[in-house]
Design a protein around this ligand. Structure first.
Ligand code: NDP
Ligand code: MG
Length: 390
């Protein structure tokens, strides 16, 4: 029997890597729905090639062009945020969550509500709504498989064991585009410079977040929520070669590291084939050729996002939603050329400090409504912080 799969965020970097794996093995899969945003040509071409039942764009204004691009095929077209949620509700055996940003939360929750397997690349889902997401998965008998490479690595290094045997988790980080820049040059970093990654080929937003380590900050929170581990037992280690994706330290002192070439098709393919393993088109590491792997501690002055993540975990409540939304807004402003690279952390800190004084907002129940309120509040605060700086 074929496996019914849906890909949310099919036109992005993770989505395209997922399609690459599925297209190599089309007999095993039937595609229920593909979703995208602005890239209608890609969405329509993939929906046709994979004979999807449904293609959805997040942008209601693009329904006409999507319909046109699908003319003459059997693929249904739909558009808008509600249509994305409907796509995630269509019965499927495996759903990839690879929309970028908080926009991935509601479709992800809808997927969990149908009790399916959710391959989770969208880290914002757990950062903004961890307890709600884990509760929803449990209530509907859904399985979440981590796709973020570090979390997939931890998951694999813990197979057959539970958290009682784990002393700590170490998430590795490449250090991003500016790991070797003189600190005083960081305020001058341009968008083009921040958009290049030393090792991984990813979407623009996560690439910039890697340079600032907001990506790692989100991942620390994601690890806390998914593995239910105390924040002080999650460490971050700079590992410039990006070959070790995570290390699990056990209570007996043994440490299990997960190694692999920096290619997201490993983590995606692991989730696609789980609980089995199958050959994947990823490079085989030749350790003798690599010669050495190196490590160093991250410098808090270079990566203030890491301390902000610690504050968020200590504060709890809806501060994860505030943190993520303020970060998304700060990143929008950096991409638009309105704030400097180093100002992004200042904007996020401002939003977190403001949220702290609104205890009614941040200590409210972790429900979708309250998450959306906290998200809106944080974006406004980040914008206000920018206005004050000019
Ligand atoms: P991309 O920017 O490459 O792709 C994002 C996808 O989301 C595209 O399909 C895009 O559509 C769609 N999209 C954008 N905005 C919206 C919106 N408002 N509503 C619905 N869909 C939207 O991102 P990545 O693939 O790099 O990342 C996806 C997620 O996976 C992120 O959460 C990221 O943190 C996570 N991740 C990514 C990794 C990577 O290697 N890239 C590694 C680990 C985690 P379109 O392009 O058509 O506009
Ligand atoms: Mg990652």
């Amino acid at each position: 029997m074929t496996r019914r799969v849906t890909i949310l965020g099919a036109t992005g970097s993770i989505g395209q890597n997922t399609i690459d794996l599925i297209a190599r093995d089309q007999g095993r899969f039937s595609v229920v729905a593909l979703t995208g945003g602005q890239n209608i040509a890609r969405l329509a071409a993939d929906a046709r090639a994979l004979r999807a039942e449904l293609a959805v764009t997040a942008d209601p204004a693009l329904l006409g062009p999507l319909r046109e691009a699908l003319a003459g095929s059997d693929v249904e077209a739909a558009a808008g945020p509600e249509a994305l949620v409907e796509a995630a509700r269509r019965p499927a055996d495996w759903i990839m969550s690879a929309i970028v940003g908080a926009a991935g939360l509601q479709p992800g929750l809808a997927a969990l509500e149908q009790g399916t397997v959710l391959a989770l690349a969208n880290k914002e889902t757990l950062v903004t709504a961890g307890p709600l997401v884990m509760r929803t998965a449990a209530a509907h008998g859904a399985t979440i498989l981590p796709v973020d490479s570090e979390h997939s690595a931890v998951f694999q290094a813990m197979l057959g064991e539970d958290m009682s045997s784990v002393e700590r988790i170490i998430l590795t980080a490449s250090g991003g585009a500016f790991r070797d820049w003189p600190l005083e040059q960081l305020p001058e970093a341009t968008l083009a410079q921040a958009s290049t990654h030393p090792n991984w080929d990813m979407g623009q937003r996560i690439t910039i977040d890697s340079a600032s380590m907001f990506n790692k900050a989100l991942e620390v929170i994601e690890a806390k929520e998914f593995f239910d581990i105390a924040p002080e037992r999650i460490e971050v280690l700079i590992h410039p070669e990006s070959m070790i994706h995570a290390v699990v330290g056990h209570i007996d002192g043994g440490m299990l590291a997960h190694l692999g070439a920096p290619d997201m098709r490993h983590a995606i393919g692991y989730a696609l084939n789980h609980p089995e393993r199958a050959p994947l088109p990823v490079e085989r590491l030749e350790l003798a050729k690599l010669g050495q792997l190196t490590f160093r501690a991250p410098d808090p002055a270079r990566y203030p996002a890491l301390d902000l993540a610690r504050q968020v975990m200590a504060r709890g409540g809806l501060s994860g939603a505030v943190f993520n939304a303020a970060k998304e807004k700060a990143l929008d402003l950096f991409i638009a050329g309105q704030v400097r690279f180093t100002e992004m952390a200042d904007l996020v800190k401002f939003a977190l400090d403001q949220a702290d004084t609104h205890s009614g907002l941040i200590d409210a129940e972790i429900s979708l409504d309250n998450i959306l309120k906290a998200d809106h509040f944080a974006r406004c605060q980040a914008e206000a912080a920018m206005a004050q700086r000019q």
